[in-house]
Structure formats: C-alpha cells, structure tokens
Design a protein around this ligand. Structure first.
Ligand code: FE
Length: 335
C-alpha cells in the first residue's frame, strides 16, 4: 500500500512539474517603477497571448536601481520599467542595462525617445506643459515656458519642487536649448514670479491654481487628466507652449533589458510587443499618456486636449544634463 502511495505521489509531482513547464513556455522577471494597476493588465494580456509568465515587483525608481546594482550578476530581473528619461539614463549609466539591437524597436519608437546607445526605450509619452486658470487667464496671454518669467506673471506662478526628476529633466532640456547661463536667467525669473513655495506634486500645483493661490503652473498632462476625470467642470486648461520654437517638453516612461538578464531574448520580445500597435494603447491609455508609436492614436479622452508640436530633442539630454540642472536650480533658489 505504502509503495502505491509513493508511486502516486511521484506521478503527481511529475505531472505538476510537467504541467507548470507546459503552461509557461518562458518566464520574464520585471522590476517596475510604474505601479501595478498600470502594468498588470499588460502583463496579463501578454501572458494570455504568448504563454510567457511575467513575475514582477514594483517600487520607486531609486530603490529599484539600487537593488539592481546590489544584486549585480545575481539579479533575477530581466527587464526594468521606469518613468522619466532621467531615471532611464541613470540606470544605463550605472551599468545595470544592456544594449538591445532590434529593428522592431527602432521602427516603432522615434529616435529621440530612446537611448542612442539602445539601452532604454520610451514606451509612453507625457508632456510637461503649462496649466492655467480658465477664470483668470486667457490663453492668448501665454506663449512659452520662458515667458512665465515675465513681469505679467509676478506672484501668479506655481511650481512643483525642483527635487522631482520631472523638473530636473525640464530644466536639463532647457539647458540643451539655451545653454546654462540663459537657462539660469529663466529659472531665476520663474522663482521671482512664484506665488507660493514649490509644491510636493503636480496635483497640488493644480489645486493651488483652483484655490486662487496662483494662476499658472507646469504639470504633466496625465495629472491634469486625472483631475479632469474627477471633475469634468474643472476651471483649468492645458496650454501648449513653444509652438513657434522648440515645441512642448515631453518625457517618457520606458524600459530596458537588464545587463544580467537570464531571459534576455524573452525580455526583448516582450519589449518589442510593448512598442507594437496592439499594445501601445493598452500601455499609454492606462495612465492617460500618448503612445510613442506614431501609427497609434492617443485615446480620444487624451486627444481632446488638443494637438501640439512636441520637442524632438533627444531625451538622453535629460540624463546627461541632470546634475547641471540640479546645481543650476539650487543657485537660482528654486527649492
Ligand atoms: Fe508621475
């Protein structure tokens, strides 16, 4: 009897093991700074389509990068997903990513939204643009980021803290356009016009405008979208600056294959899928962002905010000039 039990147990174990390997042809492990509710539906869709199992952890960009560095060769991660080109650039710089040579990625993603060294790829686009009170500002009064430092905006401008990578990237891109001395003048003129101390996040900037603390601010488009969803009668609107010059400042969320990926090929295939027409809306729409793939249209809700000319400066500048931007903002008393 005991013998029979033993045989049954071994059989059962064999079946279970076989079953597991049959259901999941491959497995990818993802470290993601994009939160679970935004990425889980994509993972599920990919697993359903390909049978590839995706295991993931989520955390903030900084801790994930530290973890990848600490784990080194022993990391289980195949793919890093994070937001802001500044963070992606840092990950590449710290040596935790590897170059990926993929014509699919090069065709699907415009060159300025990916690493010139092919270590990271933008997957969704957000613009960092001007938001204004529709009660106290006429759009004709607005023109450029630079012009927010003009006297007419004295004590009317609200900004998020310079500690946030989004603003570091914005200023880095301004440095690339104007040089350091000119950019410092611009940032000083913003600080001079501030109506309140910088806020901890973009939503608070918009709430400040709504409460009459200031009249204009700079925010990422999807935060505006979230607020608008809660309140369709929002007395705020987006303005697309720099349309006669450099275009609106844009940034990405994106990903890179880790340097010590155990399943690099599977991770690349997944990355290619994420850039494809069928996945782009799933990736972008979840956070009210724009697809990076030009053949995919943004969600109608996002498209309703209007068309704009975006900056085509390579986003690697956001990383390369980040330290310079941080020091510049500090000198200009932008906290
Ligand atoms: Fe954000």
């Amino acid at each position: 009897m005991k013998q029979v039990h033993k045989i049954l147990a071994v059989l059962l174990l064999t079946l279970l093991t076989l079953g597991a390997t049959q259901v999941f042809a491959e497995e990818i492990i993802v470290y993601s700074a994009r939160n679970e509710q935004l990425i889980k539906p994509l993972f599920d869709a990919y697993t359903k389509e390909t049978g590839t199992k995706i295991t993931f952890i989520t955390d903030k960009a900084g801790p994930l990068l530290q973890r990848l560095k600490a784990e080194g060769k022993n990391t289980r991660a195949d793919l890093l997903i994070t937001v802001d080109a500044g963070n992606l650039w840092h990950a590449a710089r710290e040596g935790v990513l590897q170059p990926v040579d993929s014509t699919t990625l090069q065709e699907n993603i415009p060159a300025h939204l990916r690493d010139p060294g092919n270590q990271w790829f933008g997957l969704s686009l957000r613009s960092r643009t001007i938001v204004y009170s529709t009660e106290r500002v006429k759009p004709e009064e607005l023109s450029t980021y630079e012009a927010l430092g003009e006297p007419q905006w004295k004590d009317r401008l609200l900004l998020r803290t310079s500690k946030k990578v989004y603003n570091q990237s914005l200023v880095a891109m301004l440095i690339a356009e104007h040089g350091e001395a000119e950019t410092e003048k611009i940032v000083r003129s913003w600080v001079h016009n501030l109506a309140a101390k910088p806020f901890s996040n973009d939503t608070k900037v918009m709430e400040g405008v709504l409460a009459g603390q200031g009249d204009v601010g700079i925010v990422n488009t999807y935060y505006f979208g979230r607020l608008l969803k809660k309140n369709p009668d929002l007395k705020l609107a987006l303005y697309w600056p720099n349309q006669n010059s450099t275009g609106v400042h844009v940034n990405v969320s994106g990903a890179g294959v880790t340097r010590y990926a155990k399943n690099a090929q599977a991770a690349i295939k997944f990355l290619e899928w994420l850039s494809s027409e069928k996945a782009q809306n799933l990736f972008a729409d979840a956070n009210m962002e724009y697809p990076v793939n030009k053949s995919v249209k943004p969600h109608p809700y996002v498209a309703a905010w209007g068309d704009f000319k975006a900056s085509e400066q390579n986003l690697a500048n956001a990383g390369m000039l980040q330290n310079q931007a941080i020091r510049l903002m500090d000198r200009a008393d932008y906290r």
